[in-house]
Design a protein around this ligand. Structure first.
Ligand code: G3P
Length: 218
């Protein structure tokens, strides 16, 4: 399973990249706003800065909700760097835009997926990735993991090449369960990724090893 980090924070992206396990980055307008990045030129420069830190795909989201606007924005974003994947919302105009981008060889990430039907449409339009929002479904008492399972089954039935990018990950168990189901990618915060490292028995065991080494080397 590929590991993407879901942030526009350059320090966190660098930290994940330095661990050697990072495969890409996802951003959205809320995450850009959180970092205080605004204005067309600054936003574009920030995407380039992210691409220069990581080796993999970097999702950059369009703001337009009409076909022409999405195409204009998406083409400009894709031209910024070869690692850019154009993130397009799951609406009718978005599906048209994904089909267009697919015919032009521009890679896409269809975002705000909350149902299997939406994921099926995005795959038919030729999306490179679909982003089902796991955590936000859990937030409204709906099983987000069940949606990932449904999409996995549908894509496997028809050999769709669209990759399932499990998004809105909140904690390490989301990551582990996505890996069990067979999500192609997960995107989450640095805190969820680093939480995978932790186990008290590892800490106790390491402390014991170091103490024994110290004793026998006195
Ligand atoms: O980037 C899309 C998604 O990962 C958002 O996550 O935590 O805002 O639901 P969250």
């Amino acid at each position: 399973m590929k590991f993407f980090i879901d942030t526009a924070n350059l320090d966190q992206i660098k930290e994940a990249q330095d661990m050697g396990i990072l495969d890409g980055v996802t951003t959205n307008p809320s995450l850009m706003a959180k970092e205080g990045i605004s204005g067309d030129e600054k936003v574009k420069q920030h995407y380039i800065d992210i691409c220069n830190i990581v080796d993999g795909d970097v999702s950059a989201e369009v703001i337009s909700t009409d076909f022409e606007g999405m195409v204009r924005e998406g083409e400009a974003l894709a031209a910024l760097h070869e690692q850019i994947v154009v993130k397009v919302p799951m609406i009718k105009e978005g599906i048209k835009a994904i089909k267009y981008f697919s015919s032009k060889g521009i890679r896409t990430n269809c975002t705000l997926i909350f149902s299997a039907g939406q994921a099926l449409l995005a795959a038919k339009a030729g999306a490179t990735y679909v982003s089902p929002f796991l955590g936000r479904l859990d937030d409204v008492s709906t099983d987000g993991l069940n949606l990932i399972e449904e999409i996995r089954t549908i894509y496997d039935n028809y050999f769709y090449e669209t990759e399932i990018l499990a998004a809105s990950i909140r904690h390490p168990m989301h990551i582990i369960n996505c890996a069990k189901i067979g999500a192609d990618v997960m995107t989450g915060p640095l805190s969820a990724i680093t939480a995978l490292l932790k186990h008290p028995l590892t800490d106790i065991g390491l402390a014991q090893f170091l103490a024994d080494h110290e004793k026998s080397n006195k």
